[in-house]
Structures are given as C-alpha cells and as structure tokens.
Design a protein around this ligand. Structure first.
Ligand SMILES: Nc1ncnc2c1ncn2[C@@H]1O[C@H](COP(=O)(O)OP(=O)(O)OP(=O)(O)O)[C@@H](O)[C@H]1O
Ligand SMILES: [K+]
Ligand SMILES: [Mg+2]
Length: 704
C-alpha cells in the first residue's frame, strides 16, 4: 500500500514534541471529571489534585504548591497520551471527509438484468436520498453515490479515496469482486449498482468514526484490566489511610524527633498522604491503557485494515487456526476458461456452443470467460438474451454448484463434476469414464473442471465434455504460511471445489490442511468445531457464501473487493484485499497484548519500588533502625516525596512513545516471550524508579 491517506507514523520511538503540543488543548478538555471518571486510576489522581489545591490555598507553602502542580501534570500527562493517540486518526478522518462530497445519482426504476438501459425510467436524485435496494447507473468519470454491489457490467474503479492506493481496481457483477464503495470513482466503462447501505451508515461514515475513535469501546481484556487497577487503587488507598494512625503513634513515642513538613505531631500532612497514594496506585498503566488500545487500532488502519471491533483485534493476538478460502484468496481468483475438452463423438464446437449457451446469463467471471472463449476459439456469436425469449436461465449457486439454461426441448447444465454427473444420472444418463479421466487430469493440475451436460427431451441426459478453468496460486504464499506456522497458527484452506483440485492447490500453497466440496454450512461447522475448547479462529473470505463463516469466526477479515454481504458479516475489512494480511493483523494483536502486559508489569513493579524509596526516607527520623533501608539517601523527606511525584508524572510522558509504537514482536513461543518481558519490564520497573528518583532528588537539592 501507499500511505497517501495515512498521517505520519511515529517512527524510531521518539515522539515528535510538536505532537504533544498540538494535542494539549484536547488533553486539557479531558480534565473534565465527566469524561475522566471512566479511568478510575486517573480519576482518583484528579480528586487528589483538587484536594491538595484546596490545602495549598488554605496553608500555602512552596512544597504544597510544587506537589499540587505536579499532581495536575500527572493527570495531564495521561490525557496527553490519549489525545496524541487519537490525534493521529483525526488527520485521516479529514481526508476521508473530503471524499464524502454529496453527489447526484442516476436511479433506475424497474430494473431487470440484461435489459437495454434505454428502456428504464431514469431519475436524477441526490446521493443522500438513496435507499437500500435502489438501483443506480454509474459511468466513467462519475462518483459512485453509495455502497452496494455491482449487478451488471464491469468497470475499473479508482478507490484511492479510501485505500490510498492509486492503481485502479476492477469491480464486476456476479463474482466475489462485486462490492463498490460510495465516494470512489468509476474510471472506465459503466456499471449498474444495487445500493446496500442504509442512509447515513456508509462505509466511509463508519471509517471516519473508526479512525476518530468515536466508536471505540473498551475491549473485554481492557475492562478486566481496568477492574484490576481499580482494585489495586482501593488496596493502596487503605494502605495509605492506615499509615496515618501508625504515624501519629510513632510520633508520640518518639517525640524527640524533629518535625518536618511531612510529619509532625498531627501525623502525616494531607499533601503527603495524597502524594503517597498517587505514587503507589498504578498510574503508569492507568494513564497509558487507553492510548495502547487506540494505537493498536491505528496500527491496523496504517496497514489498511479497518477493525470494526476492538475485541477482534485482541482475539487476533491469540488466534490458533486460520481458515482461508481458495478462489480469490489463495489463488488470483479470476478463473478463466482455457480449453474445451469434449467426450468422444462430440465436436469441440458442439461443446463450446452448449457451454456458451448455458453461460449467457451467468454473470460470474467463470461464466463470462466461457462466453468469451467460445467466441474467440470457434467464432460462436454470443446470443443476446432478448433474442432467446424461451430461455430460462438457472443461476449459479454455491449450494447446487451448477448453472445452466432451460430451452423449450433442451436443458443444459455446467458445473462441478460431482454435481453435474448426479444431474445426468437423475435424468437417465450414464456419465462416461472419459469425463472422469479428463476431470481428474484437470483437477490434478490445480485447475477447476466444469462438466457440461445436456438433456434433450425424450433422450437420456449425457455429458458433452469438460471446460478447463485455470487459476494461479498467488506469489509468496508458501513463505507466508511458513511464517504462520512459526507463530503457532494452523492454516486450513476451505473450498467449494473438488478434493483433487483442492489438494493440488493446497500442496502448492503450503497450507497445513484443507477441506474440499465445502458448502457455506460446512465452513460454519468447521469453524464451530475448531472453536470447541476455546480455540480462536480467524477467517478470511470474500464471497457471499463466506458471510456466515465470517460472522462466526472470532476474527473475520473480509476482502474489500468482496461482496457487501461478506463485508457486513466480518469484523475487519482489508482495504488491500490481501489474504496474507492476517499475518500482520495477528502480529498487531499480539503486539497489543504484549505492550499492555509489559507496561502493566512495569507499572506495578514501579509502584512497589517507589514504596521502598519513600517510606524509609519519611520515617528515618523516627525509627533510626529504618535508616539501614534508606539506601537512596535522599536529601529530606520532602524532597523524597516531591521527587517521587515528579518521577511518577515524567515516567508517563516517557512511556507514551512505547505505548503508541508498541513493544516489538518477534515470532516465538508465548511462554518464552512472557519470561523475557517479565525480566525486562519487571526488573526495569524496579530499578528505574530508584535511579530516577535519586536523580530528581539531586536536581531539587541543587535548586534549593
Ligand atoms: N459460474 C459457475 N457455473 C457453474 N459452476 C460453477 C460456477 N462457478 C463455480 N462453479 C463450480 O462450483 C464449485 C463451487 O464454487 P464456489 O464458488 O462455492 O467455491 P469455489 O469458488 O471453488 O471455492 P472458494 O470457496 O475457495 O471460493 C466450483 O468449484 C466449480 O466447480
Ligand atoms: K503510581
Ligand atoms: Mg468462491
């Protein structure tokens, strides 16, 4: 992809200070308690800051004001993290809005497929007036007025407004490349589009809401973590509150110890209690949690993937099995007729003629390619539907795996070998051995054989021959599947095609397993089976027949080129329509989970370390024996507390880049990763505060 629509990524780990500055107004707005209460940890800090502000006004001192200022800065840092994360989507939303200009649409009344356009009543309406089910006509140079499926014709479309990709794409009726998006532009030819969107709920609308974070909801893991953080906060609140009677008691017994601003005969000052509390509660992760989630979604957007649910992004990090469909996902998907192979006694022309006749109204790419090949090899002229008034066309369905035509005294079918042979038998015929051999040969090479058969009234049905549909495995598939294996993900190809073709393609592409002759309900059943025992399943697909499976999967990635039904059913859409994108989606999911885990570990280790940094300094005057623990030798209790509060605020800002960029992920086993991160972030979390607080203490000492 190109990154024309995506705002600059935060590279190299360093945060552009300009971004912090630009997000400052948003961060200030987030101080509003009505929005902040959603983040319990930071909400407590804000209450604490209000409290110390009141105390500082009542009994002003430099110490009181410094603490108060830094407490407010702590809340502001958290808001800044979230605002910076959100700010990146806003630029993209602006680009998308530009594509949303209101256009005029040419609506067709009483449309039926295959008819000459001049027969319809046409009316020009504003795009915003269009309703679900309306049929519109769009030609070269015009903007597509709404989301829908192409029901007639083929056109090249410029989708750069949403994908950022300037190369035009083909959109055509019938197949799995039929979905078009409102706001994109037809470059050549003309198409008839059936609108599928509800007014005001267009794909671009949803994209805007998504990149702006307006529709973001907390994910299950995030909610669970929030509850844990709130619980920790309450525990520390008790710990701090019970410190007070202890302090008063100790002070009474050790009356000789000198009073300090932190501790006198009345106990610990309110300012110090609040400071202690803020230092102990998990402010680091509390401040960064939501930014981590937003950044995860944003990383997907950068890769042209729209995740409609945060839950799916999380699930992606834990996926065990990936199901892919064959045609159009593993293969290029424009299965083209390449050869007519008749049985003995039938001329190639007869076969080509029958195949063409049965495909005249078949709007699938396969059907159209048969019409074209017959025309080109045998100069058979495609007969227009209007010229054959007695013909009833039988459209292709994934259930029957056949399509065809019924004429007055002759019926023709073409389709999957098993389906057509069954049809021949049911109509009194015997499929010849020869068809079987031809079918096997084509399938063995990875091609799709379509058997053509006819049933003339009064005679037994008979197979006329086989059409060879050629398809090509996309480049680089094997390497990507190897990579998935290293990540511990099993890949399974599912296809409506026969087992032989399936095996040939599966071997060539290097998937772990395959399921052939799968009907939509079989795909569903396979997913449900895989999900048993808590395994998470991802699925990529593009066809209408993939829709139920996409909805059932934990991560359902619909190709943007696919049908509207598929895009509606999945919980992610890949604008690049690249099935191996799932590797990146899984990586981003894992990165999200790892980043959250690492920063939680760091945050909690950090808080515990702070406890040991401050408490000895505070009580050293009273309990000389505690002096042994006072390894940091901070200059005074006040300085110790102020240093801890300053450090607590600065560490949030320091970690914003990591929260946004994410902790690096390399394919390796989950347990190895966990141990490694526990070491780095756990140990780091313990050591960093000691060093940081000491440095700040020295600076404070230097100033005063
Ligand atoms: N237009 C058509 N007319 C008749 N038969 C068709 C047509 N298109 C496909 N078939 C047959 O029906 C079978 C099932 O098609 P279906 O679209 O369900 O699956 P597929 O495209 O082969 O696999 P996938 O699920 O990977 O997309 C094909 O393998 C082919 O034999
Ligand atoms: K803290
Ligand atoms: Mg298909």
């Amino acid at each position: 992809m190109t990154a024309t629509t995506t705002p600059g990524r935060i590279g190299g780990g360093l945060l552009d200070p300009k971004q912090l500055w630009k997000s400052l107004p948003d961060a200030l707005l987030k101080l509003n308690p009505r929005t902040l209460w959603r983040n319990p940890v930071m909400f407590i800090v804000e209450i604490g800051a209000v409290f110390t502000t009141v105390l500082a006004i009542g009994d002003p001192s430099l110490f009181a004001w410094l603490i108060t200022i830094w407490l407010w800065l702590t809340v502001l840092s958290a808001n800044l993290a979230e605002a910076v994360a959100e700010g990146r989507g806003k630029a993209q939303a602006a680009t998308l809005r530009a594509a949303k200009r209101d256009t005029m649409a040419l609506r067709l009344a009483e449309w039926t497929p295959g008819q000459d356009r001049t027969r319809y009543r046409e009316e020009s309406v504003a795009a915003s007036e269009l309703r679900q089910g309306d049929v519109v006509y769009v030609e070269a140079g015009q903007t597509i007025p709404g989301d829908g499926d192409v029901v007639e014709g083929i056109a090249s479309v410029d989708e750069s407004a949403i994908t950022g990709e300037s190369a035009p794409v083909i959109r055509e009726s019938g197949g799995d490349r039929s979905a078009v998006t409102g706001g994109t532009k037809v470059l050549s030819d003309r198409i008839v589009v059936k609108i599928t969107q509800k007014p005001g709920e267009s794909f671009i609308d949803r994209m805007i809401a998504l990149v702006e974070g307006a529709s973001r909801q907390k994910t299950p893991n995030e909610i669970a973590l929030n509850i844990l953080l709130a619980a920790l906060t309450i525990i520390f609140l008790f710990a701090v509150v019970t410190l007070q009677p202890m302090a008063i008691f100790a002070k009474a017994f050790q009356g000789a110890a000198p009073d300090t601003a932190a501790l006198n005969a009345d106990g610990i000052s309110g300012i110090v209690l609040v400071s202690l509390l803020v230092c102990l509660i998990p402010t680091t992760i509390g401040a960064l949690l939501s930014a981590i989630g937003i950044a995860g979604m944003d990383r997907l957007v950068q890769r042209n993937v729209l995740a409609m649910s945060g839950r799916a992004v999380e699930a992606a990090g834990d996926v065990n099995t990936l199901l892919l469909d064959k045609t159009g996902t593993i293969t290029l998907g424009n299965r083209q007729a390449s050869e007519f192979l008749p049985v003995e006694g039938v001329t190639p022309e007869t076969l080509a003629d029958a195949a063409q006749l049965s495909s005249l109204a078949d709007e699938t790419p396969e059907g159209r390619s048969i019409v074209v090949l017959a025309k080109q090899d045998y100069e058979l002229r495609a007969r227009a539907e209007g010229v054959m008034p007695n013909a009833t066309f039988v459209p292709f369905s994934a259930e029957t795996r056949m399509s065809g035509v019924d004429l007055t005294d002759r019926r023709i079918r073409k389709g999957a070998a098993a389906a057509v042979m069954k049809w021949v038998r049911e109509n009194g015929g015997h499929p010849t051995e020869e068809v079987g051999d031809t079918v096997d040969a084509i399938a063995g090479s990875g091609g799709t054989p379509l058997v053509v058969a006819e049933h003339v009234e009064g005679q037994p049905a008979r197979a006329l021959g086989v059409v060879h549909l050629k398809d090509v495995v996309k480049a680089g598939m094997r390497e990507r599947f190897d990579e998935m294996r290293r990540m511990g993900i099993r890949t399974v190809m599912i296809t409506g095609d026969n087992p032989r073709t399936a095996k040939a393609i599966a071997d060539e592409a290097g998937v772990d397993d395959f399921l052939a002759e799968a009907k939509p309900e079989d795909k569903m059943a396979l997913i449900k089976k895989e999900q048993e025992g808590g395994r998470l399943v991802a699925m990529t697909g593009d066809g209408t027949n993939d829709a139920p499976a996409l909805a059932q999967a934990d991560v359902g990635v619909a190709m943007n080129t696919g049908t509207s039904a598929a895009k509606e059913a999945g919980n992610m859409v890949d604008l690049d329509s690249d099935p191996t994108k799932l590797i990146e989606i899984v990586e981003i999911g894992k990165q999200l989970l790892i980043t959250r885990g690492a920063l939680t570990t760091f945050s909690i280790a950090n808080d515990i370390a702070k406890y040991f940094a401050i408490i000895p300094a505070m009580f050293a005057g009273i309990y000389p024996s505690l002096d042994a623990l006072n390894i940091m030798r901070l200059s005074s209790p006040e300085s110790a507390i102020l240093s801890a509060v300053v450090f607590n605020a600065l560490i949030i800002v320091a970690l914003i880049p990591l929260a946004l960029r994410g902790v690096r992920y390399r394919p390796s086993s989950a347990s190895k990763l966990l141990t490694r991160n526990l070491w780095i972030y756990g140990l780091g979390g313990i050591v960093v505060p000691f060093v940081g607080i000491k440095i700040i203490d020295l600076i404070i000492q230097g100033i005063f």
